[in-house]
Every structure is written in structure tokens, then in C-alpha cells.
Design a protein around this ligand. Structure first.
Ligand code: FMN
Length: 231
């Protein structure tokens, strides 16, 4: 049973955020905080497997019936597992159960801007590449592609086998942005959250959502070392 109301507020055009069962729930938290901080509406789908990674990485049991409280606890955690980040207002979030294949994002006529899968498991990559639609996350991603809306796939696995590589190419061919959860070090990361925010920020860049999550390349070598003050 969905936690969302069936009739969207007039003019509401959310981003669908699909959280699948790859390691990297801090990436999802950072993207969610970034979208909400930018004033965007969000439709959230958390796969069954993602509940396992979330419990493993944060200790939080994500429950359909208590999604708002569980989401607030999750977004309050930094990448190091300690409380820290400011929790944004959650009124812009609509939650849909991953098993709810009648949910809004399962139809192309439901108004959304696009979708990000973060983190994206190789199973979700396969499901979307093959059009399996085995749950709402995969169905919403297939709908996003068929409607020619932006789809960003923040895949997290290493190493990658040939099957997944071919499926990632298929997603690219279909119009998705394949964005590996691959932090860079030129932005002067000091703490773990900086590396997470770099990936989240690149995902928001791909969606066209403004943010200040990482320090952009300025065209000058040495910036990263200057940002990390070792004195
Ligand atoms: C703790 C944990 C970590 C995992 N990490 C990854 C990962 O980094 N990448 C991946 O592709 N699968 C990972 N998996 C396996 C996926 O959860 C599994 O393939 C699952 O079927 C994905 O389902 P979903 O795509 O519906 O969420 C992990 C599983 C667990 C329990």
C-alpha cells in the first residue's frame, strides 16, 4: 500500500529518487538533501534490497509505515555514520512502496522531471537495461527512458563484469547518464562526506539542479592541496 496520496498537487513535478541495494546509502542521502535544499520535489522509492544496505550502513530499519521518521533519521547522518547534516524539510517528499506497481511513477502520464537511481546496483542496471520492471524502481526507470526524460544511474560495483558493462552501454544508448560512484580528489576532499558529496554533486549536475556540494575545477593546478591545510 502506497504512503503517497494518489492525486498530485497541481503543478508538482518531482524528481524520482530510486535507492537500490548497492553499497552507498550515503550517496542517496546526499542527493536527497541536495534536491530538497534546492527546493525540488522528490518521489522516493527504496528497493527491498536497499533496506538491507541501509540497515548495514546506518543501523536504520526503513519501514513503509514509518518512512518519514526513518528518512529523517537517515538524512541526519553523515557519511561517517555520525549525526551532522541539517535535515531538510520533508514536506516535499512523497514516498512510494517499491512493491506498489500502481504508484504514480509507474505511468508516463504521471508528471515528473526525471529520475536518479542512487546508488544503482548491477541488478537494477540489468533490470532497467532489459526492461524487466520487476519493482516500482525498475518500472519508473523504464518509464523515464520511454518518456525521454533524464535518467541518471549512479552505479556502484567493482570490478565490473562484461555483462554489466554491456548493460551500461545499453543504458547510455537509451539516453541515460551512467555516472559511476567514483569520487575525484581534485576538489580538495578533507573528510569522507566530501567524497560522497562530490559524487552526489555530479549527479545533481547531470539533473541540472544547482548545488554547492563540491568545489569545482577552476582551471588551475594545485587547488586540491591548498584546500587541504596540513599546517
Ligand atoms: C551489504 C550489501 C552490499 C551490497 N553491495 C552491492 C554493491 O555495491 N553493488 C551491487 O551491485 N550489489 C550489491 N549488493 C547486492 C544487491 O543488494 C543485490 O544484487 C540485490 O538483488 C539488488 O536488488 P535491487 O536492485 O532490487 O535493489 C549488496 C548487498 C548487500 C547485502
Amino acid at each position: 500500500m502506497s504512503e503517497g496520496t494518489r492525486s498530485p498537487a497541481a503543478g508538482r513535478r518531482p524528481w524520482v529518487v530510486g535507492v537500490s541495494g548497492a553499497s552507498g546509502t550515503p550517496y542517496a542521502a546526499a542527493v536527497l538533501r541536495g534536491l530538497l535544499a534546492a527546493g525540488e520535489d522528490v518521489d522516493l522509492v527504496v528497493s527491498r534490497a536497499a533496506r538491507l544496505t541501509l540497515r548495514d550502513e546506518t543501523g536504520i530499519s526503513f519501514r513503509d509505515g514509518h518512512w518519514s521518521a526513518d528518512l529523517a533519521r537517515w538524512l541526519a547522518l553523515g557519511a561517517d555514520g555520525r549525526p551532522g547534516p541539517a535535515v531538510p524539510e520533508l514536506a516535499r517528499v512523497r514516498y512510494w512502496s517499491a512493491g506498489d506497481l500502481a504508484a504514480g511513477p509507474s505511468s508516463g502520464s504521471y508528471p515528473v522531471r526525471g529520475m536518479v537511481i542512487v546508488p544503482a546496483s548491477t541488478a537494477s542496471v540489468a533490470g532497467v537495461a532489459l526492461g524487466l520492471s520487476k519493482d516500482l524502481l525498475q518500472r519508473a526507470a523504464s518509464v523515464t527512458l520511454k518518456e525521454r526524460r533524464p535518467l541518471v544511474v549512479v552505479v556502484r560495483e567493482t570490478p565490473l563484469n562484461g555483462v554489466t558493462l554491456r548493460q551500461l552501454v545499453a543504458l547510455d544508448d537509451a539516453g541515460a547518464v551512467v555516472l559511476p560512484a567514483s569520487p575525484a580528489f581534485y576538489a580538495g576532499a578533507v573528510v569522507l562526506q566530501d567524497l560522497v558529496d562530490f559524487v552526489a554533486g555530479r549527479a545533481l549536475d547531470a539533473l541540472g539542479v544547482p548545488h554547492g556540494l563540491y568545489r569545482r575545477w577552476s582551471g588551475e593546478l594545485g587547488g586540491a592541496a591548498r584546500a587541504v591545510d596540513h599546517s
